[in-house]
Write a protein that binds this ligand. Structure first.
Ligand code: PHE
Length: 355
């Protein structure tokens, strides 16, 4: 090996020549780099894997062993000088950029933006909710709010659900470790409105409710309801019927007919489900109403005397009614939306249609 003639590139003048060429050349190369990117490129050409200094380092192997130590120190010294020069030039370039920015035209922060930011708009559930709340407000109902994390007795027991009612099952509700649950309906607001207070009451309570349902085209584990509640002296079923008829006409237009079917909810007696004449086929029968001509929109009934007693209200002195509807259902029917999941996916292509 020591006798072998080292292979050198054409025009290569040996180790010393290469080192001197680099040492003489690098300051001007760095000075000539006008941007940080150009500077880094020059550095790579010197110190990178295929850089000039790396190449010279390889040529060092051809030197007689006695000269190698001094040569190594020379290379290290040069490398240090290159790195220091690089840092210096880097700072200079940053300084030049700042100076340019400071001496350039000033920003006018009072100018209006060139592109107006897009206006937000209501979600379809919000549109439907606000419209229904407005209808009830115009009929004299106030608006109440209630907690989504609720006590078991306010969501179930005081409303007359027997302890073994399937709705109270662990499978149907979301329970917290503290024994509370996510309310399964807005009827909890009835209990909260009555406890420790004296009728008359007339309010609506819109809000989010939760049930352990697997999501599909018609179910979500989290959805929205709106409850209406009215208690006064001598309130009768015909008052309920009148409010329902007025509500249906305001929501779906004059002449909209409704139909009541007996139904069961633990906290009302009698209870009913309310259908409206199908808004799509006007009653002649279509796929939405499954040929029946009617679509179910809510549940309702007269407040059960036991609920009054559970909430400290005298059922001899007061009567009242409640009704509750699913806002998603109303929105799906209103806009002809076929999959309830569209309402929670927040796809702007879907939502922008409600602008
Ligand atoms: N809370 C009932 C439900 O979620 C709806 C309802 C409200 C029924 C008021 C009657 C009266 O199914």
């Amino acid at each position: 090996m020591s006798d072998a003639t080292p292979e050198v590139a054409p025009g290569f003048t040996g180790f010393q020549g290469a080192i001197e060429a680099i040492a003489l050349g690098f300051p001007a190369r760095f000075e000539g780099a006008a941007s940080e990117a150009a500077l880094r490129e020059e550095k790579a050409k010197l110190l990178g894997k295929k850089g000039d200094l790396t190449f010279a380092l390889k040529a060092m192997g051809a030197l007689p062993p006695a000269e190698r130590k001094a040569a190594g120190e020379q290379v290290n010294g040069l490398k240090g000088a290159i790195e220091a020069a690089f840092e210096g030039r880097l700072r200079a370039i940053a300084g030049e950029a700042l100076a340019r920015e400071l001496s350039g035209p000033a920003y006018d922060l009072t100018l209006p933006p060139r592109v107006a930011s897009p206006r937000g708009h209501k979600h379809p559930i919000g549109i439907v909710r606000d419209e229904i709340v407005d209808i009830f407000r115009s009929l004299g109902f106030a608006v109440h709010d209630g907690p989504e994390v609720e006590r078991e007795d306010y969501n179930f027991t005081k409303l007359g659900f027997p302890p073994d009612h399937p709705a109270t099952d662990m499978q149907d509700s979301f329970w917290t470790t503290s024994g509370h649950l996510l309310r399964t309906h807005t009827s909890n607001v009835q209990v909260r409105a009555m406890l420790g207070k004296v009728p008359p009451f007339a309010f609506v309570a819109p809000g989010t409710v939760y049930r352990r349902d697997n999501e599909d085209a018609t179910h979500l584990p989290q959805f929205n309801q709106l409850e209406a509640f009215l208690v006064d002296r001598r309130v009768s079923f015909s008052h309920l019927r009148g409010v329902l008829a007025e509500f249906a006409e305001r929501l779906y237009g004059p002449g909209t007919t409704i139909r009541l079917r007996p139904s069961y909810f633990p906290f009302v007696e009698p209870g009913a489900e309310v259908d409206v004449r199908c808004v799509f086929c006007k009653g002649s029968g279509c796929s939405t109403c499954k040929g029946t001509g009617f679509i179910e929109i809510l549940g309702c009934g007269m407040i059960h005397p036991v609920v009054f007693e559970n909430c400290g209200i005298d059922p001899q002195a007061w009567t009242g009614f409640a009704l509750g509807m699913g806002l998603e259902r109303i929105a799906l029917l209103r806009y002809g939306i076929e999959d309830i999941r569209l309402l929670v996916e927040n796809d702007p292509r879907f939502l922008s249609q409600f602008r």
